[in-house]
Design a protein around this ligand. Structure first.
Ligand code: NAP
Length: 344
């Protein structure tokens, strides 16, 4: 809290004391407390200088659903956000305190410390090949958040200048599942290429610290390993969500807990674009195998059910005759039948 001395213009502060009449301090000066930071508040100035010096300038490429969702938290952590997207999101950017650049050249000329790729999986190659890297600083850190990992890793190594650092990440949550908190939600990352200098490592760690401080479960894992796990979990989850959405699940007055989980699953997956889902399928080489396994599992469950149903029909239609025929064909050993019929 800042203390402000309020001086009365008519009475000098250091007038010689009147020995006969004690001076009332109230009459010449008063002290008021104010909360707002003043320009001469040195402590506040130092704090904001420190914040500025430790903040990263982050350029978000692709300011759609997920790009905006992430940006809000990055800004809350004191980082300076500049953005670019195919569509005009200048209002959305201004509303959260970020700056929007229509032209990627202008964005690059701001010399961000980090470029964060939040575009769709399918557009990755065209975005990379048309991006003016030459306008960035030579040591820029490139980060992606794509839901598949081997694919962007390969493209980064192919197209990015050798001097750039590369961090591949996948925040395994979205605007729905991470709406209230990121606490305990998995954040997968692979430091694909980070230069030896301490400042490069510090920059990468500073970026990761946002997720750490939000309480994410930080999982360091290779891109290859991620894709294996994600096909069996995330792709299957999205597929089931989409199947149930097509099936048309609706809330009822007697929802069980299990059914509520299904409704939540549909809510969680239906807000993601089909392009994202298609990207999970197209650019994770393990996804097709998982889709086929799902299909086989569904068929096998159907066969099991229909097999039993078929048996019930046979018994109803032919009664004991079926049993006799089976006996004559030697399907069931005679001994077992006679012992079971004598015991009943
Ligand atoms: P998305 O449909 O995967 O991507 C939309 C974004 O891609 C928009 O910013 C869009 O820009 C841009 N884009 C699409 N086609 C483009 C093209 N041809 N050229 C340039 N930009 C193009 O939806 P999203 O949910 O926002 O996901 C963005 C990325 O985050 C994806 O890679 C996704 O895998 C990843 N991710 C998403 C989630 C999630 O829960 N949604 C979670 C983790 C990771 P415009 O809007 O300007 O057209």
């Amino acid at each position: 809290m800042l203390m402000l001395l309020h001086l009365s213009p008519t009475k000098p502060l250091f007038s010689p004391p009147n020995l006969r009449r004690p001076v009332s301090p109230r009459s010449s000066l008063s002290i008021r407390a104010i909360d707002a930071a003043q320009i001469f508040d040195y402590e506040t100035q130092l704090k904001s200088e420190y914040r500025k010096s430790s903040a990263l300038k982050i350029a978000v490429l692709g300011f759609g659903n997920f790009g905006q969702f992430l940006s809000k938290t990055l800004i809350r952590h004191g980082h300076d956000l500049i953005t670019h997207s195919r569509s005009d999101y200048s209002h959305a950017a201004n509303s959260i305190g970020a700056r929007f650049f229509h032209n990627p050249h202008d964005l690059c000329e701001q010399h961000p410390d980090v470029v964060l790729l939040c575009t769709s999986i399918l557009s990755t190659e065209s975005v990379l090949t048309s991006f003016p890297f030459q306008r960035l600083r030579r040591s820029t850190l490139f980060v992606d958040v794509l839901s598949v990992k081997e694919f962007p890793r390969t493209l980064f190594l192919k197209y990015l200048p050798n001097e750039f650092d590369i961090l591949c990440t996948h925040p395994m949550f979205g605007p729905e599942s991470g709406k209230h908190s990121w606490s305990g939600l998995p954040f997968v990352y692979d430091k694909v290429r980070i230069g030896d200098q301490a400042c490069r490592n510090e920059r990468c760690d500073k970026f990761l610290r946002v997720f750490e401080n939000e309480g994410c479960r930080m999982v360091e894992m290779s891109c290859e390993e991620h894709d294996k796990h994600a096909a069996g979990s995330q792709f299957v989850t999205h597929t089931m969500g989409r199947v149930l959405e097509k099936f048309g699940v609706e809330s009822s007055p007697i929802n069980t807990k299990g059914y509520e989980t299904l409704l939540d699953l549909v809510d969680n997956t239906s807000s993601d674009s089909f392009e994202l889902y298609y990207g999970l399928f197209m650019y994770n080489q393990n996804a097709l195998e998982q889709l086929e396994r799902l299909d086989m599992a569904f068929e096998s469950i159907k066969k099991e059910l229909f097999g039993r149903l078929h048996q019930v029909y046979r018994n109803q239609m032919f009664g004991g005759e079926t049993e006799l025929k089976m006996l004559n064909n030697g399907a069931v050993p005679m001994k077992e039948i006679s012992s079971s019929s004598s015991s009943s």
